[in-house]
Design a binder for this molecule. Sequence first.
Ligand code: BG6
Ligand code: MG
Length: 211
Amino acid sequence: KMKAIIFDLDGVICSTDHYHYLAWKSLADDLNIPFDEKDNERLRGVSRMESLDIILEKSKENYSLKEKEQFADRKNKLYQQYLLKMSTKDLSKEVKETLEQLRKKGLKLAIGSSSKNTMLILKQLGLDTFFDAISDGNSIQYSKPHPEVFMKAADLLNIPYKECLVVEDAISGCFAAKSASMNVAALSSAYHCTFADYHLNCFKELLDIKY
Ligand code: BG6
Ligand code: MG
């Protein structure tokens, strides 16, 4: 029996995954590092600094920690410019209505995201007071595939891990959920994840699951 759903944010609740790509792409171009949408797949669910390290794998330079922090900052400033243009219009009707119907079923709903911009994004979408718990990049030590962010969300809800369903678009996130003995519904980029419990063609298929 499942009593709670923990949603990843970027690429699940909203399409910020594309803004992450555009902002990293701009930095990579400035540094003359090849970077395309395929490389971007490896950044899903991974923290900001770890994402930068993945991008820098293809660089010939050896940057200092200080330089790397400046790069991450530059990327985040650009990324936030996209976020600030977002509004409640960027919350799709499908996601909004599905969330409301899941709540009507009596399920607890939480966010489990590696992003330090989680609160800003939820505010832009008008979802900042909607969820029963929010666990994000500011409260964790290890990002996905480590299960910490999902365990924190379940602990805040006071629901056993086995009774949680995690919704993910990243393989790293599916892995994180499984490491915490949670159920996983994989969609979009993670659709083909072999060890997911559910494979969703679209968000509203969450309503077809037996909880
Ligand atoms: C995750 C994204 O949700 O958040 C990653 O999938 C991103 O791509 C990570 O790197 C950290 O985001 P932020 O907003 O803290 O830079
Ligand atoms: Mg994601």
